[in-house]
Design a protein around this ligand. Structure first.
Ligand code: NAD
Length: 286
C-alpha cells in the first residue's frame, strides 16, 4: 500500500539544484546531546549545510546560546530544547516544542550518550540502567517520535527526496567487545539492531535510517584516553590511520548521510574510525 503512494512519484535527488554548501537547505534537524563534543560539531555542520537546528541538551553552561548565535550568523535558524532523552514525557515535550518552532522535522541525529564504566562484578544496576536508558531507550524514544512526523508529512520533493532521515550515533563498540564497559557496548550493540530493524520497517515510507560508528574522537566523554601524550600514544596503537579523530570528522559524515547524496543508503553503519575496526593487532601478527 505504501509503495502505491510513491509508485508514480520518485523524486530524484535534488542536490544539483542547491547552492554548494547548502545541501540541507530548508530542512529541519534535531540533534540530541548537541551542546558538547560530536553532537555540537554535527549541529553546527548541519546548520552550515543550510538546515535549521534544534539543539537538545540536559545541562548547559552557555554553550547553547553561543551555538545559536553562530548558527544564525551562517543564515540558519536554531533553538535550544532541554530534555532528558531517556524520559518519555520529556522526549514528547521536546518534539512538541520542535514542531511548534519549525513546523516539522526532516533529520534526527540520535547522538546523546553516556558512559558509566566499571568491571562487571562491580557494576551497579544504576550504572547499567543509566547507560541503557540514555544510549538505547533514548534513541528508541526519539526515533519513534520522528517517524510519527515523517509518516504524517511524507515526502516534500523540493526539500528532500526522502520523507525523513535518522542518524544514530553508535560506536565501534557495536562490533568490538569492550571489557569494563559492558553496559556501553551492550547499548551500542543494541543500537545496531534498533537502527537496522527500524530501517527495514520504514524504508517503504521512504525514511532512511543509518548509524555512524565513531572510533576514538577527541571529546569530553573519553578525555583521559587522549589528554596526555602517553595516553594518546597508547590509543594510536588501536588506530591504523595514526590520528585520533576530531568531532568534525563525524559531522561531515552526518551531513552527507542526511543529504540526498546518500539517498540510496539505509540500514547501514558507516564507521568513521581511522581503521579501528580493522583488527589492527593483525597488521603485524596473526
Ligand atoms: P560528550 O560527553 O561530549 O557528549 C554527550 C552529549 O550527550 C552531551 O551533550 C551530554 O549532555 C548529552 N547527554 C547525556 N545524557 C543525556 C540525556 N539523558 N539526554 C540528553 N542528552 C544527554 O561525548 P561525545 O563523545 O560527543 O558523545 C556523543 C555520542 O558519540 C555518544 O552517543 C557516544 O557514545 C558516541 N561516541 C563517541 C565516541 C568518542 O570517541 N568520543 C566514540 C564512539 C561513539
Amino acid at each position: 500500500m505504501v509503495r502505491e503512494i510513491y509508485k508514480n512519484h520518485y523524486p530524484k535527488p535534488h542536490m544539483p539544484c542547491v547552492e554548494p554548501g547548502k545541501i540541507l537547505k530548508g530542512q529541519k534537524a534535531l540533534v540530541t546531546g548537541a551542546n558538547s563534543g560530536i553532537g555540537k560539531a554535527v549541529a553546527l555542520g548541519l546548520a552550515k549545510a543550510g538546515a535549521s537546528v534544534a539543539i537538545n541538551y540536559v545541562v548547559d553552561d552557555g554553550t547553547v546560546d553561543r551555538m545559536i548565535k553562530e548558527i544564525k550568523s551562517h543564515g540558519s535558524d536554531a533553538i535550544g530544547i532541554k530534555a532528558d532523552v531517556s524520559k518519555e514525557d520529556e522526549v514528547k515535550a521536546m518534539y512538541e516544542t520542535m514542531l511548534k518552532a519549525f513546523g516539522t522535522i526532516d533529520i534526527l541525529v540520535n547522538n546523546a550518550g553516556i558512559q558509566r564504566d566499571a568491571p562487571l562484578d562491580q557494576m551497579t544496576l544504576a550504572q547499567w540502567e543509566a547507560v541503557i536508558g540514555v544510549n538505547l531507550t533514548g534513541q528508541f524514544l526519539c526515533a519513534r517520535e520522528a517517524v510519527k512526523e515523517f509518516k504524517r508529512r511524507g515526502v516534500v520533493p523540493e526539500v528532500s527526496c526522502a520523507a525523513g532521515k535518522i542518524i544514530c550515533m553508535s560506536s565501534v563498540h557495536e562490533v568490538i567487545p569492550w571489557a569494563g564497559h559492558v553496559n556501553y557496548a551492550s547499548s551500542k550493540g543494541g543500537v545496531m539492531l534498533l537502527m537496522k530493524s527500524i530501517a527495514q520497517e520504514v524504508a517503504p515510507f521512504r525514511i532512511r535510517v543509518n548509524s555512524i560508528g565513531p572510533g576514538a574522537i577527541k571529546t569530553p566523554i573519553n578525555h583521559s584516553a587522549w589528554a596526555t601524550p602517553e595516553a594518546e600514544k597508547e590509543l594510536l596503537t588501536l588506530i591504523p590511520y595514526q590520528r585520533v579523530g576530531e568531532p568534525e570528522d563525524i559531522a561531515r559524515v552526518a551531513v552527507w548521510l542526511a543529504s540526498d547524496y546518500a539517498d540510496y543508503v539505509t540500514g547501514t553503519t558507516i564507521f568513521a574510525d581511522g581503521g579501528m575496526t580493522l583488527y589492527p593487532g593483525f597488521a603485524t601478527g596473526g
